[in-house]
Design a binder for this molecule. Sequence first.
Ligand code: BEZ
Length: 220
Amino acid sequence: MEISQLNIGMQVPDFAALSTMGPIRMSDYKGKWVIFFSHPGDFTPVCTTEFIAFAQTNQDFVDRNAQLLGISIDSNPSHLAWVYDIYLTTGITIPFPIVSDRSGDIARSYGMFAPDVTTQETIRDVFIIDPLQTVRAILIYPATNGRNINEILRLLIAIQTTDEYGVLTPANWEPGQPVMVPPPLTYEGLIRRETDPERIGLECEDWWWCYRTIPFPESE
Ligand code: BEZ
């Protein structure tokens, strides 16, 4: 089986498909962030908990101009029956489209089949796609373990923060915490950070290891 080499920094393949909210194209979402995620199959327990968690976090994604978009190789009637079953069981409506990819062509073009899996079952991939339809992050989880939806949201906010402020985010960063600035590229910049970092709004451990604060997203 041919496996796609889609990686961060690349343009996403466009596609047209049937979804639980009607026909869609990936290119319909230009200008928005897209969280495009595959799951192994409908009516499976781990996937169901993920869809409930995505539904409960949906508004946080919408608030950040991001569209959730699910996909698997199940049929559209199967997707519809599953989301209705989730509604009947929990009262939760799935507020985002789920793409049906019966041929597996879309999943193949995004590399959503694991090379060591012989069945035609998509694994748990997550693509964070920016408004120019460039892949910014890819997360891959095994079928046996559900995703942490808060981590997907955290990573989206971190990437958006980088784009807005030209900053980096340290390990375990959470929105509202200090961010990092890239190391200086000139000797003059090095000396300025070394001698008086506070004057340029930085808090430094060393001239190449500095933090700054940015407005907290909720208070902007
Ligand atoms: C699940 O979502 O529960 C699941 C999917 C595929 C294999 C095993 C579990």
